[in-house]
Ligand binder design. Structure first.
Ligand code: NI
Length: 178
């Protein structure tokens, strides 16, 4: 197994829509192993393929129930509203309170090609919505209201993030990153 460098905001790969996966093969299984190792090392709770530069509709996660991967995920249904201090491994050192649905039903495939269907709430629901956004090239700052987003972009400029190449600053205060 090996770890990837996590792509940072400013890297164009984070803004592109990922492709559906048509073959679940050995290369994909290796990719998942390496993404999981990268996620645990970061550490984060979830990691989407574009964050390691791969434009495939795939993410891995572990919210305490062990390592899992979902291929070609889609949201079946979402409901409610929940505010959560959300951070992203690709936007290091920063987090914002973001409102998203509280409950979500997500469907996809596991690495054996079997359909998996997960109904989640709160943190796990948040994780799914966040990783699904990554697969569509959307970062969490686009989920902020206009005023907060402008301030966030200024903060990113001030930190000289946004070039896609800077090493990540250390992550503080135990924030669980997605
Ligand atoms: Ni993220």
């Amino acid at each position: 197994m090996a770890t990837y460098d996590i792509r940072i905001i400013g890297d164009p790969v984070l803004r592109q829509k990922s492709q559906l996966i048509t073959d679940i093969d050995g290369a994909l299984v290796r990719l998942v192993d390496d993404m999981l190792e990268t996620m645990y090392e970061a550490p984060g709770l979830g990691l989407a393929a574009p964050q390691v530069g791969v434009q495939k509709r795939l993410f891995v996660w572990d919210t305490g129930t062990g390592p899992r991967a979902m291929v070609n995920p889609e949201i079946v249904e979402s409901d409610g509203e929940w505010i959560f201090e959300e951070g992203c491994l690709s936007v290091p050192g920063l987090s914002w309170e973001i409102t998203r649905p509280k409950l979500v039903h997500v469907r996809g495939r596991d690495l054996d090609g079997n359909e998996i269907s997960v109904e989640a709430d709160e943190l796990e629901a948040r994780l799914f919505l966040h990783e699904l956004d990554h697969l569509d090239g959307t970062l969490l700052i686009e989920r902020l209201d206009e005023e907060t987003r402008k301030a966030a972009l200024k903060t990113l400029r001030d930190l000289q993030l946004g070039g896609g190449r800077q090493p990540a600053p250390p992550v503080g205060d135990g924030l669980r990153l997605l």
